[in-house]
Design a protein. Sequence first.
Length: 401
Amino acid sequence: AIDIDKLRSATGAITIDPGYKNSGSCKSEITFLDGEEGILRYRGYSIEELADKADFLEVSFLLIFGELPNKTQLEKFETDIRKYTLVNEEMKTILEGFPKTAHPMGVLSALTSALTAFNPKPVNVDNENELYDAVCKTMGKFLVIATWTYRRRMGLPLNYYDNTKGYVENFMRLMFEIPTEPYKMDKRIVDALDKLFILHADHEQNCSTSTVRIVGSSHAGLFASISAGVSALWGPLHGGANQAVLEMLQEIHDNGGDVEKFVLKAKDKEDPFRLMGFGHRVYKNFDPRATIIKKAADDVLDALGVDDPLLEIAKKLEKVALEDEYFKSRNLYPNVDFYSGIIYRAMGIPVEMFTVLFAIGRLPGWIAQWKEMRSNKEPIGRPRQVYMGHTLRPFKEVKDR
Ligand code: ACO
């Protein structure tokens, strides 16, 4: 008989760390995060300052290329992204193959992957110009196809990028402009959305980013890696939480607004329900993004004159949970997703598009991390395991089983 313990020890020392709670997968110069102190910085700049003073494309450039762009670099970046916003006509046929009821995140992941068919040449990461083009191409096409997932769902004709408008303005236009009337751009909405994209732009080795890095580590292309990131982000424990939060708030509202009942439910270990938008793998203190977003929610709803009962429920829920021993002892605070959905809703964004907005915001982070991983010539990601199954056993014919 085989000695399983001997066999296991023969594989050498392996660290078991489910969920990689304590394992670093890489060295990175992109994002600094201190979960105990609630600090988040992109390339050394505080998230608070960037959200206040920079715009999304500036921050994207910073994350991807390491420095804030000067005026010429920024204008060139915008122009070069614009050049790549045309999407191959055959992509439309693929889009039309999806039922209108398909979740936009599933469609976005599939369309991003489909872009590999139209861009088959692998990017030479050692060639700066090629890499720069690949970055601009991804930023341009991803935005357009992300909005197409919505247009398909609504049965609306597809819109094309307007070269006279900015990136975030184009998002709103691409989503909402209908052929019969010009779209009225609301600067307050564009500014708030820009800020939300900045807050979502990177968050070091979270689930979707680690996915992008690990898929890319096999030298799969940028579109294929980003497509995998979209799939990872979709889950309700990650980016999908922003949709889940709003659905939860709505449910609380429809049940008479009894937040205490839902807090009790979240504490019940027999019940799988969790307070969506609460808790974080790394933050054991306030998520600094949540603090900015909470204030933005108040400002945006005020400015737009929206009185949303769900905002009141969210505030009450936060207060009750923060005073509760269960949440206190586990350091469970509101995360980035807790208030973002309320802002999106006030902007007229449908709930099933919330996670797509997260993906648009996170795109520069994914690209930056993919680029860093390839530039550092990191090895293929390949974790080990400790085998716990059967030792060798003889095969039995079907008739004998
Ligand atoms: N509601 C109730 N209890 C919770 C919650 C919650 N939202 N989050 C964590 N807990 C409890 C767990 O049950 C566990 O309790 P125990 O010690 O008694 O077993 C303890 O807090 C620790 O939780 P873990 O699941 O071990 O923490 P982990 O780091 O693995 O998970 C996660 C983090 C996934 C974010 C979790 O807090 C969660 O599910 N939150 C709700 C979903 C959510 O908002 N996700 C968005 C995260 S932010 C982002 O991805 C952009």
